[in-house]
Structures are given as structure tokens and as C-alpha cells.
Design a protein around this ligand. Structure first.
Ligand SMILES: [Zn+2]
Length: 455
């Protein structure tokens, strides 16, 4: 009997191999030129730059979310194995190519059983994203458990990364007090190029609040600026989520939430700080911390927000990653505001090194977000500031080569750097901070948002 059973088994197995019986073990397999994707290992260069590191982290998350496969990752200090996905300039011979890439381009190709992903600057994430979003995802809607992918080129050919035609999600990143010169000071003091400069679009933003427009004071505070970027309305300094008459305004986070999107607020400041509170609260005095905290507690108690974290310590990037993974899970629509608050705080205290380090910390989290967006091309990423702080001015005699001229905010225009669908509207022009809310709102509703004035 035992012999008969094993004979039967052998016949069944043999039949499966010849396709006589459906070879369906219930597990979906994604086959890249016949090789099972689940058997691959991701390889990154030992001690690689943060762009490659964050591209690989986003790739691994995307593959897990979109395909249900958890890929292991090693550095190229390990011995080569057969099935490797090579991200960035690894020491594997397959990573060496003579193709010169231009800004916005990437390489994605197979070399034997290896899959090679490289890119110009941040666009290594474009190779990672397009591998899943263009080559694999459209083929998932078949009944077969064998998804055959044979569309990858077998030699290095430059591809131009393209976003989708419209945006479904918005990531808004605010460097509190980060004027144009703050970015330059960090760049000449060890940062290298600020990552926003490699985004396809950049422009300027006016920041005046109602208090400035009515000539009560020369600069906006963080509360009025955050209210403008969150609601599309100008208001007075110290006001949060209220217009100049004290009437409650809907903010983009609440709008997104009302349309079913997941929302998040992440900041290095306390959660009741002016910028985060602009996306959470409605009150006429930013200094009433207890009232703001009770409003925030109520949002949390009512499950009105999906991820909220204030007083983030040194690792803003880790929180950025954690928040983005939470709110984008299961392909959910989302909105997130991420703030680096200490550029402003250190600028007010004229602490040069700390200001520089705060810009560097912000830059690191922006790199993570940029690689995320390249893996989620229906997402708009906007990096800007609420106002300039300290009238930072070039001074070659200073150690930092820059000098603060005041201890308060100024009315100087700030920068906006943008990538993703629709963000060309920010390019080579000056927009108002209220326009950022109006742009953001379009992801969640076609109805008019914010006031109808041009500032
Ligand atoms: Zn501010």
C-alpha cells in the first residue's frame, strides 16, 4: 500500500511538472525572466550614501506592501550569490556600466540572474519604484499564480522617471525659520548640496500674515504661517486654524481625513507648537498650551489622526519612515505634515552650528521622503519653510561664513522645492503660502479651498 501511494505521488508530481495537473500550490510566484523574486537578496554598497540606503529601505517596504514579499538585504561586503538585486554602485561587476545618466534618469536591467538598479542622484529610487509599479503591478490582475515578468531590458538603457498624471497624496515638509541663506549656510558648512535642489521644481514663497499685511508687525509667526499653509487663509499672528474674524477654518488634514485619507503630523517641536498646531487646532492664542493639548487629545481620542508624534529627538528620518509606512499601508490615500522646528529655535538664539545641524537633520528626512515618493509616484512632495528667522546674511569673516542680523523672524521670501504630479506650478515663480494649502486640498477634493484672493 505504501509503495502504491508513493507511486501515485510520483505520478502526480510528474504530471504537475508536465502541466497535466494544475501546478497550483496556492502561493503566488513572481518570476523575473523565470527566476522567483522571493528568492532574491537586495545588495547595497557597504557604507553607502544615504540616498542609496533610503532607496533600498523604500524598495523593501514597497515590495512587501505591493507584492507581499519580504526581501533580505545585505551589503556588498558579503560574497556574491546567484539571485541579487543590486541597488546603487555595488562592487558586483554587473553594477559597472558605461552609460552616462542625466538628471531624472535611472537604469533598471537584468544581467544574467542579477537585477541592477542605479540612478542619477535621488533617481536610484526611480529604478526601485518603476521595477514594482511599472513592470510588476500591472501584471498582478491575472488569475494565474505565476506572474511572468519579462519586460526588463537585458542591458543598461537610460530610462526617464515619470510621475503619474495626477496626485493622490501630499507630503508637506516645513523647515521652521529655514530661509534661503540657512540652506546655503548648511551647504558650505558640510552639508554639500541640499537635496531639494535636485528636485525638478523650485520657487519662492511669500509668508506675510494678516498682522504683516495690516502693518501691525513686520513678520509672521509660525501659527499664522501654519494656518495659511493648512487652510489657505491669511490670519493674525498667534491665531491657529481661525480666520481674521476668529471663525473656524477647515484645514487640509481635516479635509483629507473627511475624504477617507489617512493623516499624520510629525515634528521635532512639542506637538502644541505653532506649526503642528496649525494642522491640528482651532484657537486664537498659540500660547494657550493646555487648550491646544486638550484639542489634540480629543482628536486622538476620536481616532481623528493615524500617526501623530511631537518632540521627535534626533531621528526625524526614523519617524518620517515610520509615519509614511503607517499611513500609506494597503495603498491608502494620505496626507502628512513633517516639521523640523529647531532651525528657527537655534536661529533665534544665533547658534550657528546647531542651526546648521538642524538643516542637516531636516535634509536627511527629506532624502527619505524623496525616495518614498519615487516609489509612490502618485504623491506630491513639497519642501518649504514658514518664514525666515534672524535675517541670516553672508559674512565671509564669520566662522560659519554667515551672520544673523536680528533675533526675530523676517518677512523675506522662503524657498519651495517640489517633486511629483502637479508640482510644476511651484517652478520658477513666487507663490503665496496660502497657495500651498490650495494645491494640497486638490488631492482630496475638487471644491474650492481657502480664500479666493491673490496675495
Ligand atoms: Zn516658524
Amino acid at each position: 500500500m505504501k509503495r502504491f501511494l508513493s507511486l501515485l505521488m510520483a505520478i502526480v508530481m510528474l504530471s504537475m511538472c508536465f502541466g497535466l495537473v494544475a501546478c497550483d500550490d496556492g502561493e503566488r510566484k513572481i518570476l523575473i525572466n523565470g527566476e522567483n523574486l522571493a528568492e532574491y537578496t537586495v545588495v547595497i554598497p557597504e557604507g553607502c550614501d544615504t540616498i542609496t540606503q533610503y532607496a533600498s529601505e523604500n524598495f523593501i517596504f514597497l515590495v512587501k506592501e505591493a507584492l507581499g514579499i519580504e526581501l533580505p538585504v545585505v551589503t556588498d561586503a558579503t560574497s556574491p550569490t546567484e539571485k541579487e538585486i543590486l541597488i546603487g554602485e555595488t562592487n558586483r561587476p554587473e553594477s559597472k556600466t558605461a552609460v552616462e545618466l542625466k538628471n531624472g534618469e535611472y537604469l533598471l536591467f537584468t544581467s544574467g540572474e542579477k537585477i541592477v538598479m542605479k540612478g542619477y542622484g535621488i533617481y536610484v529610487g526611480g529604478a526601485c519604484g518603476d521595477f514594482v509599479n511599472i513592470h510588476i503591478k500591472p501584471k498582478l490582475n491575472t488569475n494565474s499564480n505565476k506572474i511572468k515578468i519579462d519586460s526588463l531590458p537585458d542591458k543598461p538603457v537610460a530610462c526617464e522617471f515619470k510621475f503619474t498624471s495626477s496626485y493622490k497624496n501630499v507630503i508637506l515638509m516645513i523647515g521652521d525659520g529655514m530661509g534661503k541663506q540657512h540652506i546655503k549656510m548648511a551647504e558650505v558648512n558640510g552639508l554639500g548640496e541640499f537635496v531639494g535642489r535636485s528636485f525638478p521644481y523650485n520657487g519662492s514663497v511669500t509668508t506675510a500674515s494678516l498682522s504683516v499685511l495690516e502693518e501691525e508687525i513686520g513678520w509672521t509667526d509660525s501659527a499664522a504661517a501654519a494656518t495659511a499653509m493648512a487652510t489657505g487663509h491669511k490670519t493674525y499672528n498667534a491665531y491657529l486654524g481661525l480666520d481674521g474674524n476668529g471663525d473656524t477654518l477647515l484645514n487640509v488634514r481635516e479635509l483629507a481625513r473627511s475624504k477617507g485619507a489617512k493623516t499624520a503630523v510629525v515634528t521635532t517641536d512639542v506637538i502644541t507648537g505653532g506649526t503642528p498646531a496649525g494642522f491640528l487646532c482651532h484657537h486664537n492664542n498659540r500660547r494657550d498650551t493646555e487648550i491646544l493639548q486638550s484639542q489634540i487629545d480629543e482628536i486622538i481620542a476620536n481616532n481623528g489622526i493615524d500617526y501623530i508624534k511631537g518632540s521627535v529627538g534626533n531621528d526625524l528620518t526614523k519617524e518620517t519612515k515610520s509615519a509614511l509606512e503607517t499611513i500609506s499601508a494597503e495603498d491608502s490615500q494620505f496626507f502628512i505634515m513633517i516639521e523640523e522646528a529647531y532651525i528657527d529655535k537655534y536661529s533665534e538664539a544665533h547658534e550657528y552650528i546647531n542651526t546648521i545641524n538642524a538643516v542637516k537633520r531636516f535634509n536627511d528626512s527629506i532624502i527619505y521622503a524623496a525616495e518614498f515618493v519615487l516609489c509612490h509616484p502618485d504623491t506630491a512632495l513639497i519642501v518649504t519653510a514658514d518664514h525666515e528667522t534672524g535675517q541670516l546674511t553672508p559674512n565671509l569673516n564669520m566662522g560659519s561664513k554667515y551672520e544673523f542680523k536680528t533675533y526675530h523672524h523676517t518677512n523675506l521670501n522662503v524657498s519651495v522645492f517640489a517633486m511629483g504630479p502637479g508640482t510644476e506650478i511651484f517652478n520658477g515663480t513666487t507663490v503665496d503660502n496660502t497657495d500651498i494649502a490650495k494645491f494640497t486640498a486638490l488631492a482630496y477634493s475638487n471644491e474650492a479651498f481657502g480664500d479666493s484672493k491673490d496675495y
